[in-house]
Design a protein around this ligand. Structure first.
Ligand SMILES: Nc1ncnc2c1ncn2[C@@H]1O[C@H](COP(=O)(O)OP(=O)(O)OP(=O)(O)O)[C@@H](O)[C@H]1O
Ligand SMILES: [Mg+2]
Length: 235
């Protein structure tokens, strides 16, 4: 048996808002260097799960280790070890394509020289070099999403969370972003993403968890899922 370190281990996560139970006991394991897709419709609890795992929200019950640290006991270490691209953009529309990630570099305490080098490299890599001097608000939705991802990567996290990275994007922009995610995976970064699209999960993920009624009702590879859900296709 091979032993692999897990980037994420969660057991029995529960969360209710008032009388509304959103998570009713979620268990999941994500080995380092793999991509896990949490698939579910609007309101399934995807963002709630991401917010708990990234220490932005306390679960009512359950436990999780993320990047080797307990989300309650070692929240600051968890946060220092991960990158998070939220469902809604963190891009400041009044700042330029370059100023946005430079702000993140400042927050990550990179010195000026290093910040300039890292941000220049990321803008290049994400096809944003031409947009570097423009206000981010002038960019297309796809460019903004790529800028979001570039900002997440400034501190070079080895584990990133992407909450619905391509919802609302045109097919071309969606494919561009998938390419960016694949490059990260090739570099060995672990990715936990949420999506409403089986196709996206199929394209990117090693394992897919289907969230419904507050529980993972299925967890498998895309190929297995397509057998389980008759009529579900990847295109
Ligand atoms: N702060 C909150 N207070 C009350 N209810 C909330 C709160 N946050 C989320 N909810 C509710 O919890 C449920 C799950 O929300 P969540 O945002 O986790 O779903 P989601 O799977 O991310 O959905 P979407 O695909 O629309 O982003 C929804 O019914 C939502 O209205
Ligand atoms: Mg959400």
């Amino acid at each position: 048996m091979t032993t692999r370190t897990n980037a994420i281990e969660a057991a029995g996560l529960r969360k209710s808002y008032g009388g509304l139970q959103v998570l009713a006991g979620v268990d999941l394991t994500v080995p380092e260097g793999t991509v896990y897709a949490l698939l579910g419709p609007n309101g399934a609890g995807k963002t709630t799960t991401v917010r708990i795992l990234t220490t932005l929200l306390d679960a009512d019950a359950g436990a999780a280790r993320v990047a080797g640290y307990g989300i309650r006991r070692d929240a600051a270490r968890v946060r220092a070890s991960i990158g998070v691209t939220g469902q809604f953009s963190a891009v400041d529309e009044l700042l330029t394509g370059r100023e946005n990630p430079r702000l993140m570099a400042g927050l990550a305490h990179l010195d000026r020289r290093r910040a300039r080098a890292v941000v220049g490299h990321l803008l290049e890599r994400f096809g944003l070099a031409d947009a570097a001097g423009r206000r981010a608000g002038a960019n297309s939705g796809g460019m903004r999403r790529r800028l979001d991802l570039a900002m997440t990567l400034v501190a070079a996290p080895r584990l990133i969370f992407l909450d619905e990275p391509t919802t609302g994007l045109a097919p071309r922009s969606r494919r561009d972003l998938w390419g960016n995610v694949r490059e990260l995976v090739a570099d060995g970064v672990t990715v936990f993403l949420t999506t409403q699209y089986l196709e996206e999960a199929d394209q990117l993920a090693d394992r897919i968890g289907v969230l419904d009624g507050g529980r993972l009702v299925a967890e498998s590879t895309a190929a297995e899922l397509k057998r389980l859900v008759p009529g579900a296709t990847s295109s």
